[in-house]
Design a binder for this molecule. Structure first.
Ligand code: DC
Length: 241
């Protein structure tokens, strides 16, 4: 048995940032490039919100929503279909991936994700998966709370106006009708709820690298993050036989 000291590329990569900052698109691309698992934690909060709506729970009833989050296993798995999804979301054997993107989920998910009991239940599951390594995990509190020992922490930022513009362009590109001012108001409101809640608010981890994507296109953001991965190493100290 000999003692070895080596360097390895980052195994646990946390990407946090506000709504519509491009975390999922960039995170998925990065995970595919590295051969890592991609895990979008926002999907878990969305799944609980959708389930609560589906079961007609009073969304203001924190205890009832928390019990739901604690009792229903939510599986976030690698995407099984090439239909634009970044992950599959499976609940009780049913694929609810696209249900989690419905407007009524968008409207309520920030409030649901502010419940401490919901966060406790979901963060524990996220941590277990993240600690296995070889993972790109995206969310709001990954670098600060879920995986504070992540090897590389990125905070992907952009102004509310730029994020609203991207959302607007996406909707128009799908041939649907969109109102920019309405989208901007929703982005600002979600930022407010996500960053002012008592538990695990959205904020930049002390050791995170902020990537400001305002003046960059998706390709430029990706290349910048790839450089960060190539220049960040985690030390490995251990014994090898
Ligand atoms: O990234 P998203 O828009 O799919 O996230 C949905 C909601 O979930 C958002 O309002 C913030 C919340 N969220 C959170 O509080 N913590 C996370 N780690 C991920 C998402």
């Amino acid at each position: 048995m000999k003692f070895v000291s080596e360097i390895h590329p980052p195994s646990i990569i946390a990407i946090d940032g506000p709504a519509a900052s491009g975390k999922s698109t960039i995170g998925k691309r990065l995970a595919d490039k590295l051969g890592y698992l991609f895990f979008d934690t926002g999907l878990m909060y969305r799944a609980v919100t959708w389930l609560a709506l589906q079961r007609r729970l009073d969304l203001g009833n924190e205890a009832a929503v928390t019990t739901l989050a604690e009792s229903v296993p939510i599986e976030v798995q690698p995407a099984s279909q090439p239909d634009g999804r970044s992950c599959d979301v499976i609940v009780e054997g049913v694929d609810i991936t696209w249900e989690t993107r419905r407007p009524e989920v968008d409207a309520n998910v920030s409030a649901i994700s502010a419940y401490p009991g919901v966060r406790r239940a979901l963060s524990a599951q996220q941590r277990r998966i993240g600690q296995r390594g070889n993972v790109v995990m995206v969310g709001r509190d990954i670098g600060t709370v879920v995986l504070p020992d992540a090897d590389l922490k990125i905070y992907l930022d952009a102004t509310p106006e730029e994020r609203a513009r991207r959302r607007y362009d996406e909707i128009i590109a799908r041939g649907e009708i969109a109102d920019y001012d309405e989208i901007l108001a929703k982005v600002i409101e979600r930022d407010r709820i996500d960053s002012t809640r008592d538990v695990a608010p959205l904020k930049v981890a002390e050791d995170a690298i902020v990537v400001d994507s305002d003046k960059l296109n998706a390709e430029e953001v990706f290349q910048q993050i790839l450089v960060l991965c190539k220049t960040t190493h985690r030390p490995y100290l251990g014994f090898m036989s």
